[in-house]
Design a protein around this ligand. Structure first.
Ligand code: SAH
Length: 529
């Protein structure tokens, strides 16, 4: 099986190419970074890709879990016990038990496991139980927040040191282990983790011990993600400003003159799609590229797969055609799925790509052409506009009197067959079946119901229809009133969107994923102004 076909077929889809099996050790204490998937380390992704069980903290951003196989068990430690205190032994027992059963366990922690993450205690428990482990560092919240808020933690003119401090301790209590006088005098930047609920006491204690009351300071919420929010004020005014803003945990506090540089250096919050929540409806393994591109523009991407790919109800006609490929002159592919399913089936019936011989190949668009190239084959025809009508027009000049095999799903538009049948002998086979998802992630449906999603990208009429079926009436109604705003990949998809009573607020000029992103960016810019 080729790499592409494998990617399509299994839960191993995100296992890195040529990944070396992780035999020993069995428990990986892995830092997930502050939330942005791009800040996972290469080693974190390697470990996740081969996990049987991922035990993750509440603060791990859900996006990071996408890198584990779909078949891996995922348990949030929040589910283990109500009380914070009770959890640690429970987590340790679970880690040890799973490892003893031979499972590859990833203990995934926000930021870095050894910085306010209790990773030390978990490593001690594993060592005590004789279980081998590896510790994978992560980008800690202070570093992520500083970078994404435009605050250099040190600077030759402003700060020669930086301290990471727990804000969990109450400075007014005598048992506080922190030396507030020393902290107030500290010659550099102070970063408080877990300090939001005690922000008032922290600011007061520092000022009381001599820190200038107008020291620049900031609180950064969910740094590095689309939910990032920053409030910057002089130290004495920060607690009130934060209370007014309604910011909540997770948030980190940065105090020092370097915060003043943010005015010139902030960059992430200026990204074109910053803070926007965007829904995509393709299966996750087919959207990794779209999701990452949108994230790099500052967006938070939610995926709600509305279509599933399955084997066709019958292989009879496909197998007959695949067994007689030499009868045809042209093979026409209208989707990436079609390319992979075709090659997989060919292998299944004991043949390989040599069966294609001198067949000419056509692809409906650049993604399908790329999938064909993935098998080291070059398409002979890709039309300038990526739709059935254009493909039919491009082929019509070349296929007169010839035998054409259309490879596709068991449902779809009949334009190609109808158009080409007038001049050529056309057979059409289904190599996969596209079915509507029967259930959808309830949390995503809730977000739609609460109108928390800003934009929806629809890449086919079928996905528009399937999504419509999954929504309840109040949500369909809010769609009709323009929430979320909808970006459509092509006029054909826009027509379906309108049939459903919704409006296509933007349409891609080039009918590709990249075209959708450009249309979305333009729409977001218009909405902003
Ligand atoms: N081990 C983690 C810290 C765990 S303590 C690390 O290295 O980052 C939890 C605290 O980390 C939170 O209360 C908050 O202060 C901070 N934190 C974690 N992720 C954050 C994020 N994305 N944005 C802001 N603060 C974050």
């Amino acid at each position: 099986m080729t790499q592409n076909a494998e990617a399509l077929s299994s839960s191993e889809s995100n296992r890195p190419d040529g990944c070396i099996p992780l035999t020993e050790p069995q428990v990986f204490l892995v830092g997930a970074g502050p939330g942005n998937a791009g800040l996972l380390t290469l080693r974190a992704v390697e470990c996740l890709a081969q996990a049987d069980l991922v035990l993750y903290d509440r603060l791990v951003h859900p996006r990071c879990l996408d890198y584990a196989p779909t078949a891996a068990a995922r348990i949030c430690v929040r589910e283990l016990a109500e009380s914070h205190v009770d959890r640690v032994p429970q987590i340790n027992d679970l880690l040890v038990d799973a490892a003893r059963q031979g499972k590859r366990v990833v203990r995934l922690k926000g930021g870095d496991p050894f910085l306010f993450g209790r990773g030390g205690e978990e490593a001690e428990a594993l060592r005590g139980a004789g279980i081998a482990y590896e510790i994978v560092p992560g980008v800690t919240a202070a570093l992520g927040a500083a970078a994404f808020a435009g605050i250099p933690l040190t600077h030759r003119q402003h700060a020669s040191a930086v301290a990471f401090v727990t804000g969990h301790e109450d400075p007014t209590k005598p048992e506080s282990q922190l030396d507030w006088e020393a902290l107030a005098r500290f010659p550099g930047t102070l970063v408080f983790y877990m300090g939001l609920s005690r922000l008032e006491q922290i600011a007061e204690a520092l000022i009381a011990h001599g820190k200038p009351h107008d020291t620049p300071a900031a609180v950064i919420h969910w740094a590095t993600t689309a939910e990032q929010r920053t409030v910057a004020e002089p130290l004495h005014a920060l607690p009130t400003a934060v209370r007014r803003s309604g910011l909540h945990s997770p948030a980190i506090v940065v105090i020092g003159p370097v915060v003043g540089l943010r005015d010139q250096l902030a960059w992430f919050e200026q990204k074109p799609l910053f803070g926007k929540r965007i829904l995509v409806t393709r299966p996750k393994h087919q959207t990794a590229d779209l999701i990452r591109r949108l994230e790099l523009l500052g967006a938070g991407v939610i995926s709600l797969p509305v279509l599933e790919i399955q084997d066709p109800p019958s292989w009879e006609s496909a197998d007959r055609a695949l067994g007689n490929l030499a009868l045809y002159h042209w093979l026409v592919f209208t989707s990436v799925n079609g390319v992979h399913a075709f090659v997989r089936r060919l292998r299944h019936i004991g043949r390989d790509l040599r069966a294609l011989g001198a067949l000419r190949l056509a692809a409906i668009g650049p993604a399908t052409a790329e999938a064909i190239r993935g098998y080291h084959l070059e398409p002979d025809v890709t039309p300038a506009a990526f739709r059935s009508e254009a493909l039919a027009a491009a082929l019509k000049q070349r296929v007169a009197g010839q035998r054409v095999l259309l490879v596709r799903a068991d449902r779809g538009r009949e334009v190609l067959r109808n158009e080409l049948s007038t001049i050529a002998h056309v057979d059409q086979i289904a190599v996969y079946s596209q079915i509507d998802a029967v259930q959808a992630d309830p949390t995503v449906l809730d977000s739609l119901r609460r109108e928390e999603i800003d934009y929806l990208v629809l890449t086919s009429g079928n996905s528009a229809r399937s999504l419509h079926r999954l929504l309840d009436e109040p949500t369909r109604h809010s769609f009709r009133t323009g929430k979320p705003r909808i970006v459509s990949i092509s006029p054909v998809t826009s027509a379906v969107i309108r049939e459903l009573g919704w409006s296509a607020d933007a349409e891609a000029q080039e009918y590709t994923v990249q075209g959708c992103i450009q249309a979305l960016e333009a729409l977001a810019a218009k909405d902003k102004s």
